[in-house]
Design a protein. Sequence first.
Length: 179
Amino acid sequence: MKVVIIRHAEVDLTWSKRSTSEEFDAECRMYDEAPIKKNEYEIPQMEFQKIYISALPRTRATAESLFPDRKFTSTKLINEVPLGSSFDSKKKRPLWFWNVSGRLQWFINSPRQQEGKNETRKRARRFIKAIVNADEDCAVVSHGFFMHTLIQELKKSGFKVDNNHSKFKNGECVIATKN
């Protein structure tokens, strides 16, 4: 069984360099609805029995550009890990601050974030169980931060993973195989 995990195309949104907590949360919501930039991405040439996309529009748009005339299976199990401000503040803080502090809260399962690390891992395991039960070669169009958890859980499930590193570019593929 072969699983090709593809990070969605670049999103057409320019983030503010500094924002209040409320402004950052609003931009996170805008990012989830923003269109993608049109780009050409290289993916392995193989026959996919199924193509999975998340419930967020950027994965559908990416899949439509990569796999025209194909049907997709949409699932929230491979959605990006939601991100929100780490605390309420009227003071403008740099974008990197909100990103880092929010992801640190995710890591420690803070209730301030919509989802913690433990919930993300469970979600990834549920998705892996479903695709292993289907036993079909598939493409998975997902999200950069979620890909790390998905890949870790694929390895725990006996998959061999290539091209695994810390930052995935838009359109980049990771191939996981299991005999």
